[in-house]
Write a protein of this length. Sequence first.
Length: 159
Amino acid sequence: MLNETDMRHLRRCVELAEEALNAGDEPFGSVLVDAEGNARAEDRNRVADGDRTQHPEFALARWAASHMTPEERAGATVYTSGEHCPMCSAAHAWVGLARIVYVSSTAQLTQWLNDLGVPPGPVAALPVNTIAPDVMVEGPVPELAEEVRALHVRLHTGT
Protein backbone atom coordinates (compact mmCIF):
# COMPACT_ATOMS: atom_id res chain seq x y z
CA MET A 1 0.00 0.00 0.00
CA LEU A 2 1.45 3.33 -1.06
CA ASN A 3 1.59 6.19 1.42
CA GLU A 4 1.75 9.97 0.97
CA THR A 5 5.56 9.92 0.85
CA ASP A 6 5.42 7.41 -2.00
CA MET A 7 2.85 9.56 -3.83
CA ARG A 8 4.96 12.71 -3.38
CA HIS A 9 7.97 11.02 -4.97
CA LEU A 10 5.84 9.59 -7.78
CA ARG A 11 4.41 13.04 -8.52
CA ARG A 12 7.97 14.32 -8.82
CA CYS A 13 8.68 11.52 -11.32
CA VAL A 14 5.75 12.68 -13.45
CA GLU A 15 7.11 16.26 -13.27
CA LEU A 16 10.53 15.01 -14.41
CA ALA A 17 8.88 13.07 -17.25
CA GLU A 18 7.16 16.23 -18.40
CA GLU A 19 10.45 18.12 -18.08
CA ALA A 20 12.06 15.51 -20.35
CA LEU A 21 9.28 15.84 -22.90
CA ASN A 22 9.53 19.64 -22.84
CA ALA A 23 13.27 19.28 -23.51
CA GLY A 24 12.56 17.17 -26.61
CA ASP A 25 13.08 13.82 -24.96
CA GLU A 26 10.95 10.80 -24.13
CA PRO A 27 8.79 11.32 -21.01
CA PHE A 28 10.41 9.34 -18.22
CA GLY A 29 11.57 10.56 -14.82
CA SER A 30 12.90 8.86 -11.71
CA VAL A 31 13.86 9.64 -8.11
CA LEU A 32 16.20 7.64 -5.84
CA VAL A 33 15.08 7.76 -2.20
CA ASP A 34 16.92 6.44 0.85
CA ALA A 35 15.41 4.36 3.65
CA GLU A 36 14.53 7.53 5.60
CA GLY A 37 12.45 8.87 2.70
CA ASN A 38 14.99 11.48 1.53
CA ALA A 39 15.46 12.03 -2.19
CA ARG A 40 19.15 11.41 -2.87
CA ALA A 41 19.20 11.85 -6.66
CA GLU A 42 16.82 12.33 -9.56
CA ASP A 43 17.02 12.30 -13.33
CA ARG A 44 14.98 12.30 -16.50
CA ASN A 45 15.32 10.58 -19.83
CA ARG A 46 18.16 11.89 -21.99
CA VAL A 47 18.03 9.68 -25.11
CA ALA A 48 17.30 12.45 -27.63
CA ASP A 49 21.00 12.85 -28.44
CA GLY A 50 21.03 9.31 -29.85
CA ASP A 51 22.40 7.36 -26.85
CA ARG A 52 19.44 5.09 -26.10
CA THR A 53 21.02 3.95 -22.80
CA GLN A 54 20.53 7.33 -21.12
CA HIS A 55 17.52 6.24 -19.05
CA PRO A 56 17.05 7.87 -15.63
CA GLU A 57 16.74 4.51 -13.86
CA PHE A 58 20.10 3.39 -15.24
CA ALA A 59 21.70 6.71 -14.26
CA LEU A 60 20.34 6.41 -10.72
CA ALA A 61 21.65 2.85 -10.38
CA ARG A 62 25.12 4.06 -11.37
CA TRP A 63 24.81 7.05 -9.02
CA ALA A 64 23.80 4.76 -6.15
CA ALA A 65 26.75 2.43 -6.80
CA SER A 66 29.14 5.39 -6.54
CA HIS A 67 27.53 7.34 -3.68
CA MET A 68 25.76 4.87 -1.39
CA THR A 69 27.00 1.94 0.66
CA PRO A 70 25.65 -1.52 -0.10
CA GLU A 71 23.58 -1.25 3.10
CA GLU A 72 22.10 2.10 2.01
CA ARG A 73 21.28 0.71 -1.44
CA ALA A 74 19.55 -2.29 0.16
CA GLY A 75 17.12 0.13 1.85
CA ALA A 76 16.61 2.48 -1.09
CA THR A 77 13.64 2.88 -3.42
CA VAL A 78 13.62 4.01 -7.02
CA TYR A 79 10.41 5.80 -7.91
CA THR A 80 9.74 6.14 -11.60
CA SER A 81 7.11 7.31 -14.05
CA GLY A 82 7.33 4.04 -15.99
CA GLU A 83 8.33 0.50 -15.07
CA HIS A 84 12.02 -0.18 -15.70
CA CYS A 85 13.05 -1.62 -19.06
CA PRO A 86 15.19 -4.81 -19.02
CA MET A 87 18.46 -2.80 -19.09
CA CYS A 88 17.41 -0.68 -16.11
CA SER A 89 15.95 -3.66 -14.24
CA ALA A 90 19.30 -5.45 -14.51
CA ALA A 91 21.23 -2.37 -13.38
CA HIS A 92 18.89 -1.95 -10.39
CA ALA A 93 19.42 -5.56 -9.33
CA TRP A 94 23.18 -5.59 -9.96
CA VAL A 95 23.80 -2.60 -7.67
CA GLY A 96 21.55 -4.02 -4.95
CA LEU A 97 18.78 -1.43 -4.83
CA ALA A 98 15.75 -2.67 -2.93
CA ARG A 99 12.41 -1.45 -4.20
CA ILE A 100 10.89 -0.04 -7.39
CA VAL A 101 7.63 1.90 -7.39
CA TYR A 102 6.31 2.90 -10.80
CA VAL A 103 3.36 4.91 -12.06
CA SER A 104 2.75 3.01 -15.31
CA SER A 105 3.62 -0.57 -16.16
CA THR A 106 5.44 -1.99 -19.15
CA ALA A 107 2.16 -3.60 -20.23
CA GLN A 108 0.37 -0.23 -20.09
CA LEU A 109 3.10 1.53 -22.07
CA THR A 110 3.16 -1.25 -24.66
CA GLN A 111 -0.61 -0.95 -25.11
CA TRP A 112 -0.51 2.86 -25.31
CA LEU A 113 2.22 2.80 -27.95
CA ASN A 114 0.42 0.07 -29.89
CA ASP A 115 -2.77 2.15 -29.83
CA LEU A 116 -0.76 5.09 -31.21
CA GLY A 117 0.73 2.96 -33.99
CA VAL A 118 4.27 3.19 -32.63
CA PRO A 119 6.33 0.17 -33.70
CA PRO A 120 7.95 -1.88 -30.94
CA GLY A 121 11.54 -1.11 -29.97
CA PRO A 122 14.52 -3.44 -30.43
CA VAL A 123 14.37 -4.79 -26.86
CA ALA A 124 11.59 -7.02 -25.51
CA ALA A 125 9.16 -5.19 -23.24
CA LEU A 126 9.41 -7.31 -20.09
CA PRO A 127 8.28 -6.65 -16.52
CA VAL A 128 10.96 -5.97 -13.90
CA ASN A 129 10.50 -9.27 -12.10
CA THR A 130 11.13 -11.26 -15.28
CA ILE A 131 14.63 -9.73 -15.33
CA ALA A 132 15.19 -9.22 -11.60
CA PRO A 133 12.95 -11.69 -9.76
CA ASP A 134 14.01 -10.68 -6.25
CA VAL A 135 13.38 -6.94 -6.60
CA MET A 136 10.34 -5.69 -4.71
CA VAL A 137 8.05 -3.94 -7.22
CA GLU A 138 4.90 -1.88 -6.71
CA GLY A 139 2.73 -0.35 -9.40
CA PRO A 140 0.98 0.73 -11.47
CA VAL A 141 -0.60 3.73 -9.75
CA PRO A 142 -3.93 4.42 -11.50
CA GLU A 143 -4.39 7.91 -10.06
CA LEU A 144 -1.24 9.11 -11.89
CA ALA A 145 -1.08 6.74 -14.89
CA GLU A 146 -3.37 8.88 -17.04
CA GLU A 147 -0.95 11.82 -16.70
CA VAL A 148 1.90 9.62 -17.92
CA ARG A 149 -0.21 8.28 -20.80
CA ALA A 150 -1.00 11.86 -21.84
CA LEU A 151 2.73 12.64 -22.00
CA HIS A 152 3.32 9.68 -24.33
CA VAL A 153 0.38 10.73 -26.50
CA ARG A 154 1.86 14.22 -26.70
CA LEU A 155 5.26 12.80 -27.67
CA HIS A 156 3.88 10.69 -30.49
CA THR A 157 1.07 12.91 -31.78
CA GLY A 158 2.16 16.42 -30.85
CA THR A 159 -1.16 17.00 -29.06
